[in-house]
Design a protein. Sequence first.
Length: 164
Amino acid sequence: MKSNTKKLTMAAFFVAIAVVFSFVNIPVGLAKCYPIQHMVNVLSAVLLGPLYSVLVAFCTSLIRNMSGTGSLMAFPGSMIGAFFAGILFYKTKKLSLAFLGEVIGTGLIGALLAYPIAKFVLGKEMALFGMVIPFSVSTLGGSIIAIIIILSIKNTELNKYFNL
């Protein structure tokens, strides 16, 4: 996918999907997990690249926060995973590394960066690693869904459009 117009359109589509399906959540501890966000992270990382995947995650988090369906922890939780998934796929073209980038970026690094937001901005008492399990559950589920979608696209005529 080379055209900036195509990329921008696809990015807007991914933001819309993530926002519209933000009601799909799994409560885990103090967090609500949104697997659709992580599915979108991996899809946008693979199909659009690192810059667009981070922008999609940022726009989704911003809209969800403004509409009251998200929390401030969505920013590091989604953007870090989108960044790592995008960079790793861009550098290697390996789907497995996009998956790994999303899972480690969100499940570990994003969760650790969410800690100061939860503690000092939101005033929630929690352990430093308190968000690792909820974020990991969310990102694993969404990333697996994305991999299934991408592998399915590779076996269709859409593969020509996306250049997978």
